[in-house]
Design a protein. Structure first.
Length: 427
């Protein structure tokens, strides 16, 4: 029974991947920052003590376009091992916007028309490569001499490596890469990586890519005197490739930040022989999408084969991102139900546009848990608990289905025999 069920799920997963590939899985993203430390002028995130962060009721936010007008309700924010919490500053969100824009370049235009790309994005550095089904580019804003002190505001003084998402719905080679169940030890690292993402990175233009990244970094001299930020990004398949790239570029003295949108699982986990400690997952900001109907990105939540893991700071976007849902470092839960639309690059672009439309005093946008009233499917999404698909802050009364003792007023969630199944109810 269990076996056939998981077979069905697997088949469903496979067909969804194929469907996705059919529908456009593309999307890239950019990442920046060295440590999560705002003392570096280019860092993408801020360390904000919990006590300084507050978040307001989301309905109020919709009516009142000023975050300071919100009545602050203190929420416990993401609990990380490091005892600090994250907030996204506007610069980081602009960087997300910049990286994602290149996915449109990959898919809709000619990436080899460098002059057009340079003009459109006001770039100081641009090189791009593609083969039959994969593509990569290196881009940097600012001046070509990299003299950051001469740059007026608004530029992203970082070297971006961007990886193309699945080319088209029906692209056979891409889909073979995405569905390839085999994995391989990545030489020089303690990681085991899915073959398809290795193939998409270790291709004919890799030497050119590495060389361009190095030249870009050499040009880039931030006014802060810090090393040039290196940001690797990708959407969907490109997100998985960005992880491989981050591991590879360590050998070239780069310490990239990774920004992914709806990334597929590239890392094979749970094998003591390959703990993958060479990947600094705390530098990976993994955005996935959801919506007010309670649906989640259908591809980011695929687990094929079963031993693949998601890594990085798991951040879930939806229509209202204040606070933005932070699920934890290396959080790996598959979330249902799925929506293929929530994987589309346009849906990520819409979310980013929504973030950039927020008033200045909303920044840095706190990362925490959804407040009471928000739709949910799992307790880890809520400040309180998820009851009947709605976040609630109140404890459950006796007889209500529960997951843990903490859910219940009585402090006791116990097993009961129901019709044909066991369930847990509050005492
Ligand atoms: C942030 O960086 C500064 C300067 O590089 C350093 O002194 C400080 O300890 C760092 N903070 C954290 C939390 O890493
Ligand atoms: C987001 O990116 C697009 C495409 O590059 C650009 O036209 C737009 O101005 C950006 N938005 C913001 C708020 O920076
Ligand atoms: C970059 O800035 C420094 C310091 O202002 C200056 O000495 C140098 O000439 C500048 N380089 C270029 C290429 O403009």
């Amino acid at each position: 029974m269990k076996q056939s069920c998981s077979n069905q799920l697997l088949a469903l997963g496979l067909s969804l991947v194929a469907l996705c590939a059919l529908i456009q899985l593309e999307l890239p993203s950019w990442v920046s920052s060295s440590k999560i430390n705002h003392s570096n002028g280019q860092a993408a995130t801020l360390i904000v003590p919990t006590s300084e962060i507050s978040a307001g009721d989301e309905r109020q936010l919709q009516q009142e376009p000023s975050c300071s007008a919100l009545s602050p309700t203190r929420l416990p924010l993401a609990v990380g091992e490091e005892e600090f919490h994250l907030g996204l500053d506007r610069k980081f969100v602009e960087r997300m916007n910049f990286t994602l824009a290149f996915q449109y370049l990959f898919l809709d235009r000619d990436i080899h028309n460098g002059a057009a790309a340079v003009q459109e994005f006001d770039l100081a550095f641009y090189e791009a490569w593609s083969d039959s089904n994969d593509g990569a580019l290196v881009a940097k804003q600012g001046r070509v001499d990299g003299n950051a002190t001469d740059i007026s505001g608004g530029y992203d003084e970082a070297c971006h490596g961007v990886f193309q998402a699945t080319l088209s719905p029906t692209h056979i080679v891409d889909n073979i890469q995405n569905l390839n169940p085999f994995s391989v030890h990545m030489q020089g690292t303690d990681c085991r990586i899915r073959q398809g993402f290795m193939d998409a990175y270790f291709n004919g233009y890799l030497d050119n890519f590495r060389d361009a990244m190095q030249r870009c970094v050499a040009l880039c001299v931030p006014a802060t005197g810090e090393p040039c930020p290196v940001v690797l990004s990708g959407l969907s398949q490109g997100g998985g490739v960005a992880i491989v790239a981050a591991l590879d570029l360590k050998a070239y003295d780069m310490d990239p930040t990774i920004i992914t949108f709806g990334a597929m699982r590239a890392v094979v986990g749970h094998d003591p022989a390959f703990p993958c400690t060479d990947l600094d997952t705390s530098r990976h900001f993994r955005f996935t999408n959801s919506n007010a109907a309670g649906q989640y990105d259908a591809i980011a939540n695929q687990r094929f084969p079963a031993d693949n893991i998601q890594v990085g700071h798991s951040i879930l976007l939806d229509e209202i991102n204040y606070p933005m849902l932070y699920l934890g470092l290396d959080e790996d839960r598959d979330r249902f139900p799925w929506s293929v639309d929530m994987h589309h690059r346009n849906s990520y672009r819409d979310r980013i546009n929504g973030l950039l439309a927020m008033p200045d005093d909303c920044f840095p946008i706190p990362l925490g848990k959804w407040p009471a009233g928000h739709i949910c499917h799992n307790d880890d999404e809520c400040h309180g608990t998820c009851v009947s698909w709605t976040c609630t802050d109140s404890l459950l009364v006796g007889g209500h289905p529960c997951d843990t003792d903490e859910d219940c007023e009585s402090g006791s969630c116990t097993w009961r025999i129901g019709w044909f199944h066991l369930l847990r109810l509050c005492e």
